[in-house]
Design a protein around this ligand. Structure first.
Ligand SMILES: [Zn+2]
Length: 413
């Protein structure tokens, strides 16, 4: 009798998803099945099929009776900033008392405060904090996560952040994809921008040499990098062998998303201010459109992006990410998925695709589907079917989380 490390059976409803991203989400395209079982061995899915057949075929080490509940692939979070030091809860209160972003900056707050705290932290301190976050998100069903540099800004500190990201997941069953992010111009270079761009070139070279990042990313927006600077940074990253992605059109539309026509981008993230007509660029280039709905809440100016409807009409894959950062302390991709129904108007199944199969494609990683040879990443939810996604939210709805074939959490007795 073949052995399975983990066997989940008596699944009420499972959403399998195909290997490729979903451009138009429907129950048929998503591969929804009922009364199924899934066998996992050596970290990967080995068989998916009717519960009775699969259960009788395998001898299981861990056997989980899903008792008619919903099972989905593990969640993939394609956009986080989980390496940083300190917190800024006092600024949250100031914002609610009516202080503007500029006033908070003048009081020594905002991103440069996180930069100071991150520079003053040792790599071990950054690793400890990040590891706690990784354990938390795993418990909430995130099995693959992307994270970035961008709070060090100077070479040694950017490298320190990426090394911390590399070491934080040691012995944890979670995949961490690392990105070198050109976030903002450091305070000490504010009146010599071109010098910083040159310095950043040297960071790209060093990061590439050490092989500590898969992606180059740039924050192309008001107060960060302009279109030409962003183009330069992305091209230098690609020349050094990195794949490219971008933060764009979050605070203001300056034409940043048009860069997808000039360089190949796996994803453009944020897109709050992108004009709907730019949806055609995504359709032509194959770039994934990634939204970060909880960061829209944190910015306290929620307006449903007009781009979403046009992207759906053109069949562009949509992903969502948590954008977990000191200004948006929402680490769970589960929450991102749930509230994307309200803030972006995604249907429950579109939201699930955006947080699994499309998110995995966004970062060009395996995962986000439950088919033979896919990573053994799955969630047993305290829900009967996918329509409960978004319908209920605000608490952890996962009962069992299997990641890379390991049982991380199992509350089902
Ligand atoms: Zn971000």
């Amino acid at each position: 009798m073949p052995k399975a490390d983990v066997l989940v059976y008596n699944i009420g409803q499972v959403v399998l998803f195909p290997r490729k991203p979903l451009r138009r989400v429907s129950p048929e395209a998503a591969g929804i099945k009922e009364s199924y079982a899934i066998a996992i061995r050596d970290g990967n899915v080995v068989e998916v099929g009717p519960s009775g057949i699969v259960k009788s075929k395998y001898e299981c080490n861990v056997c989980i009776n899903a008792e008619g509940r919903l099972v989905t692939p593990g969640l993939v979070d394609p956009h986080t900033h989980l390496i940083f030091a300190g917190s800024r809860e006092d600024e949250f209160e100031l914002k609610l008392m009516g202080y503007t972003y500029l006033e908070i900056l003048k009081r020594g707050g905002g991103i440069y405060r996180t930069v100071r705290m991150t520079r003053n932290s040792s790599i071990e301190e950054l690793i400890d904090k990040a590891r706690k976050t990784l354990e938390l998100v795993l418990s909430g069903g995130t099995t693959t996560v992307e994270t970035k540099s961008g709070y060090g800004l100077l070479p040694e500190h950017e490298i320190k952040m990426l090394e911390a990201a590399k070491r934080a997941s040691k012995d944890l069953p979670i995949k961490v994809v690392r990105t070198l992010l050109a976030h903002v111009i450091p305070e000490e270079y504010l009146d010599k921008r071109s010098d910083y761009i040159k310095l950043f070139d040297s960071i790209i070279v060093e990061v590439s040499k050490r092989k500590i990042a898969k992606y180059i990313d740039v924050f192309c927006d008001r107060g960060a990098f302009n279109v030409n600077e962003s183009l330069h940074i992305l091209r230098r990253g690609i020349e050094e062998g990195l794949r490219a992605r971008m933060h764009a059109d979050q605070l203001e539309y300056m034409g940043c998303s048009l860069l997808a026509e000039k360089v190949y981008l796996d994803s453009i993230d944020h897109l709050e201010k992108t004009p709907p007509k730019n949806a055609r660029i995504f359709a032509v280039t194959g770039t994934v459109a990634t939204f970060t709905p909880t960061s829209m809440v944190a910015m306290m100016e929620i307006e449903k992006p007009k781009l979403v409807g046009e992207l759906k009409r053109l069949g562009v894959p949509i992903a969502v990410g948590s954008d977990y950062n000191p200004n948006n302390m929402t680490p769970l991709q589960q929450t991102t998925m749930d509230i994307s129904t309200y803030i972006l108007g995604l249907t429950p199944l579109e939201a699930l695709a955006a947080a699994t199969v499309n998110a995995a494609w966004n970062i060009r990683e395996e995962g986000g589907q439950l088919i033979p040879r896919a990573p053994g990443d799955l969630i047993v939810w305290d829900m009967e079917n996918y329509r409960w996604i978004g319908y209920t939210w605000g608490y952890d709805k996962t009962l069992a989380v299997i990641s890379k074939g390991k049982v991380w959490k199992n509350l089902i007795s």
